[in-house]
Design a protein around this ligand. Sequence first.
Ligand code: FEO
Ligand code: CA
Ligand code: CA
Length: 683
Amino acid sequence: MSLDRHEHDTENVDHGDVLNSPNYFGNVLSATMNRREVMRGGLSAAVAASFAGSALSACGGDGPGSGAVVGTKNVARSKDDRVVIPSDYSAYVLFATGDLLNAAGADKELDAITGTEMASRAGDHHDGMYFFGLSAAGALDKNSNDRGVIAINFENINQQFLHANGPTADASGNRTVADEVVKEINAHGVGLIEVKKNAGKFEVVSGSALSRRITPETEAKFAGPVAGSKWVKTKHSTDGLTSRGTLNNCAYGYTPWGTYLTCEENWAGYFDNASDATPGVEYSRYGISKGQKGSYRWATAGSDDRFARWQLNTVGADASADYRNEANTFGWVVEIDPINAAATPVKRTTFGRMAHECAYPSIITAGKKFAFYQGDDARFEYVYKFVPNKAWDASDANGGVSAGDKYLNDGVLYVAKYNADGTGTWIPLVAGTGALTAANGFADQAEVLVKTRAAADAAGATKMDRPEWCSVDHTTGDVYITLTNNTSRTATQVDAANPRANNTFGHIMRMREAGNDPAATSFTWTIFVFGSPSTNAASNLSELTADNDFASPDGLWNDPRGLMWIQTDNGHTNDMGKLCNNQMLVTIPPSSFEVKPVIKRFLVGPSECEITGIDMTPDGKTMFMNIQHPGEETKAADVNTPANYTSAWPYDRSDATKAGTKVSRPRSATLVITKKDGGVIGF
Ligand code: FEO
Ligand code: CA
Ligand code: CA
């Protein structure tokens, strides 16, 4: 979101002694290999067999040198205001910001939609998403290729384009048009949108009973140790068992019992805090300061509770009389049943509270424990995993949020510590153990979870370069994490896992659990690739070229066939941003930590967009992916002068690769990408 999009403006990268680091991919000790190598060795053969005759070629394979090559044509860098994909692929818009959930296409310009109407339309800033396949009878079906519900996060807004003349405020910045604020609120949250193939193309289903929105106003309930605790008691929920809605939903996760996990990221910036009191660490450690004003000033739109809740000031006799605790109701992982509107979204507090990027599942094996990997996206924050206490029972498949009650309310939250020798440990964050004592400010597990960042500080975890998405290669179990950038890291703060001072271009980390056990408490790790423009020799540690250079990796997905998709959220004006809009690349991770991946550029987005969110149908023939916030830097003063928009994409919904004359306001959108010959994507 906007809080982290503008941090990429410097290019003076000091790579220090990276090439001598034992953790650089070329130098990792073979001693860190484990039995997974053997399994991975079989993968290439398995993939090749599945797609016999494909263009997958083993170029170096598992030996020294370079990894296998994905069989797609490489696309060149682009600064065009359009989507660029290989010539043998096509891309069309499935739905875009402001579209009705039950009808294809745009019926109204963005500014003509009312605040209330926005609650039943696609929101803004499409982000993490997951395709839940449906059978003809409407039940969850993991094998469905032609019908499903897309669960999708609407992270934030291009505020200027939502209103006729941009946002309206008085001289003090107070919001004066309540409906504008209602609209902004309703453009956030989550969508559940039924889609179906018709005459070979996916479209939103007219009149679907499954399509619905969850907004920051939708009732949610708390579960786990924080439920009912003093931290989340508010005027809305005096018993601390419920809260309203979900906000700034960034990355995602999913469960083997058929539910969606949405993750609340940069919620802290939405609140006004006129309180005279110095905030406790449950606020200060998340960036909430005394006197702060929310980025959109929702709190100022009137006395109605919908607006008052965004003001953290102490005005009542106790917490049940005001919204002093409202910010504690965000920062969580929220579980949603994609096909049961009667199931209330559940805030699973066991995952911890942070600028939550994701909660991505490990390989899940019947009878064994499993894990969800999580990043906390802020400078010098941490990587976490949550391990439920119960092993997976396959009879719980499609069990919905009641299965979530079984697995997600009790388990262990761990934070990662990366050692310089390529090993690492998962430190449990459990009240009463280690430094997490009452004397240190952690009276119980609810307090540990509300103050997750402070607990991780006390545990001595490794401070990372803005952990964004985690992904797990389900063909191997290896875990990948994008560390998008950190321009605040100084030369004295570098470590093996974050080896670049002023890390403008970011890197991707790879981890392997001991024994390939998701519940293990130790792991090995390496740096998979460093971002950099190839034109900057000093920062180009991974020897990227004009064909595959990128910066600020963010979205990340290892698809079920073993291909890894890398999505970027790079600043638009740094050395990489000057060369290329944000993009998506693809690679096949080599089995060995010592082998260099061969990366290809698959897609470049329109001007000032971010690429984020991806899924595929099980046959590998349909990809869903998102273009977020094209034209985001357009000035509010220019919203009625289309020629001045920095982007007006999409120009032609049937062909996302077309540019055109700027007429309409730009929209975030979910694309469908297919191969023109109907074949398998990436091969
Ligand atoms: Fe919403 Fe950290 O990206
Ligand atoms: Ca992100
Ligand atoms: Ca980002």
